[in-house]
Unconditional design. Structure first.
Length: 367
């Protein structure tokens, strides 16, 4: 691996805390496969190292914690433009294996989600034990806009949101600030950005006691946390629950239309904007996402990731992912041509095909 690739992710120690810094600020700290591999190797090493009592991950200073995975590399591999064509399977498999390791990590795992946190950035944070938001946190799962679906364990964590908020976020890709991230359970604590460095230093100075590490992290975080007021989504919660309760995407569109006509002024405006936003997304992605969240209620991390891996591999054989990435990241015309182009054309059989087994040798299984 080149020195440049090694510099994309930095490892260090702060006392008994092993630290990870995602160091691709120009790419909003998005993960490459090489970064996942380095992180995974270190996480295994630290799990067995008695001198490591906690792991902390953050992004290099700038706009983002982590904006996701390197989907352009996946696009190019899938299109045969560069790289190894097997990347469309390898990337997701190794990403999901690391996410599962993070979720089951035997030591406190702390993510500082300061700045943009999307997709893969959510995967390596929300699935861990402690997630620290700052006033700069912006959380989103925008995958339906690139012809994909909310993955990285979102089958589990979106279904843990209050009411129908998880469906709303998964279908629309709506962006959340720190207050809503806390209310949805994506963040566990709020610490002002100016105090993050002092927090890391305080964790590094802890005299760790066997079997008490999680409680000690709790104690340190309690000294730095700040409370926030009412989360903005609270004002829309009743309308979200009404509009996203349906079990079909067409039904959700219909309820949003009714809300736009008959709701209060605030709810009507929200419903119109939400309906317009959803209309820009891949119709196939919308239907797959709703089915994913309905079927995945109550899934643990292993079941969630196994389902999501299956979905990714079917989508890598389709059209909309490549078209969504083209429109968003390659040509940047923001004008994707989805196939099928209309919800009515996405039949139940088409949706079912994305959930079909891959075959025993191709599925993601955890040992």
């Amino acid at each position: 691996m080149s020195d440049a690739a090694e510099d994309d992710i930095l490892f260090a120690r702060e006392g008994g805390v092993a630290t990870v810094t995602l160091n691709r600020p120009r790419a909003l700290n998005a993960f490459t496969l090489g970064m996942y591999r380095q992180f995974d190797a270190k996480s295994r090493e630290w799990a067995d190292d008695p001198s490591v009592h906690a792991v902390l991950v953050r992004g290099a200073e700038g706009r983002a914690f982590c904006a996701g995975g390197d989907i352009r590399a996946i696009y190019e591999a899938g299109r045969g433009l560069s790289g190894d064509p097997s990347l469309t399977a390898t990337f997701f498999r190794e990403e999901y294996e690391l996410i599962r390791r993070i979720h089951r990590y035997p030591k406190p795992y702390i993510a500082i989600i300061d700045g943009i946190t999307m997709g893969g950035g959510a995967g390596i944070s929300v699935n861990g034990a402690f997630r620290i938001a700052t006033e700069q946190t912006m959380f989103a799962m925008p995958e339906t806009g690139i012809g994909l679906f909310p993955d990285v364990g979102a089958t589990r964590f979106l279904n843990l949101c209050p009411g129908q908020i998880g469906r709303y976020l998964g279908l629309t890709g709506a962006r959340l600030g720190p207050g809503d991230a806390l209310a949805c359970g994506f963040a566990t604590h709020f610490v002002r950005r100016e105090r993050v460095a002092a927090l890391v230093t305080a964790l590094g100075r802890v005299t760790w006691r066997p079997g008490a590490q999680r409680a000690q992290v709790d104690e340190v975080l309690a000294a730095f946390r700040t409370t926030l007021g009412e989360p903005p989504l609270a004002a829309q919660r009743a309308a979200i629950d009404r509009c996203f309760a349906g079990n079909t995407v067409e039904g959700i569109f219909g309820t949003l239309g009714s809300e736009a006509r008959a709701g209060t002024s605030r709810d009507a405006d929200w419903a119109r904007e939400t309906r317009a936003t959803m209309a820009t997304k891949s119709p196939t992605s919308l239907k797959v996402t709703l089915r994913q969240l309905i079927d995945g209620q109550g899934f643990d991390i292993e079941a969630a990731l196994a389902l999501e891996y299956r979905l990714t591999q079917h989508m890598m054989q389709g059209h909309d992912f490549y078209e969504g990435v083209r429109a968003t990241l390659v040509d940047k015309d923001q004008k994707p041509f989805w196939e099928p182009a209309r919800l009515a054309e996405v039949s139940d059989d088409i949706v079912d095909s994305y959930f079909a087994p891959l075959g025993d040798d191709a599925e993601l299984r955890f040992t």
